[in-house]
Design a protein around this ligand. Structure first.
Ligand SMILES: Nc1ncnc2c1ncn2[C@@H]1O[C@H](COP(=O)(O)OP(=O)(O)O)[C@@H](O)[C@H]1O
Ligand SMILES: [Mg+2]
Length: 238
């Protein structure tokens, strides 16, 4: 299958600081990539560079043959970049339903489909963004990104700071989304164990560069890599 997202020689950062010295990475349709690495290694910067909100010093970002590089973030979103930011950034003065309809584009992911996946959002459809719990906000952030019917779904630490039962629900939903097809995803996660079962492929960053890129099955069989780059106990990996 041909590559959907193509990042080539991307040099990006903030102000005068180069955080990603030269990132090259491609994703095929249907692929689920777990993006791992210790704090401050550039995971969010990579996501933000695909979205178009970092300073670009060089290189390109392409989506199915379309060059996103000259495009603004809103144009990239309409072209198919769905983003669930680390801060969730839901519209606090809009209702749950308005948050989704505000950005919706035609496609298989309708508001009704999102309610099927997250019944709690249907119950809360008329609540305002600022009345939601952290878990509900994250469900809404995912729902909002999906109603855009993206080709690429970027999830930046979607389970961070949430109760285990909510984390389970979110991971289940991310599995459902991946299996539904039609897109590829990048999921940033601090906890490798949580995500290895969901992802096909794992990329580990160190100082803004890829230091490991492998099938997640291979990584599961080689826990020493996790220990080396993430400092987690291989024995706990499953
Ligand atoms: N808005 C910003 N301005 C300047 N430097 C930043 C900004 N955001 C992040 N950085 C720096 O970029 C590096 C990578 O950060 P980040 O991409 O957030 O890492 P991660 O998501 O892997 O924890 C860090 O050194 C961080 O201090
Ligand atoms: Mg981050």
């Amino acid at each position: 299958m041909s590559d959907l997202l193509t990042i080539e020689g991307l040099r990006a950062g903030y102000g005068e600081a180069v955080v990603l010295p030269g990132m090259t990475l491609s994703l095929a349709e249907g692929q689920v990539l777990a993006l791992l690495g210790r704090n401050g290694t550039g995971k969010t910067t990579l996501i933000n560079s695909i979205v178009g909100i970092t300073r670009r010093f060089g290189g390109t970002v392409g989506l199915g043959g379309l060059d996103l590089t000259p495009m603004r973030p809103d144009q990239r979103a309409r072209a198919g970049i769905g983003w669930v930011p680390q801060e969730r950034n839901i519209f606090r003065s809009l209702t749950v339903e308005e948050n989704m309809t505000a950005v919706a584009q035609p496609g298989p992911w309708t508001v009704a489909k999102i309610y099927e996946m997250f019944p709690r959002l249907r119950e809360r459809r008329n609540n305002f963004g600022n009345q939601l719990s952290g878990g509900e906000q994250q469900m809404l952030a995912i729902g909002r990104a999906l109603t855009l019917n993206p080709k690429v779904l970027l999830l930046d630490e979607p389970t961070e700071g949430l109760a285990p039962i909510i984390v389970e629900e979110l991971l289940r939903a991310i599995g459902t989304i991946s299996r539904a097809g039609g897109l590829c995803s990048i999921i940033v996660e601090q906890n490798a164990q949580k995500i290895l079962g969901l992802a096909d492929r794992v990329v580990i960053l160190e100082r803004g560069a890829i230091v490991h890129d492998a099938a997640s099955a291979a990584l599961k069989a080689d826990p020493a890599v996790l220990e080396r780059f993430l400092g987690v106990s291989g024995a706990a990996a499953h």
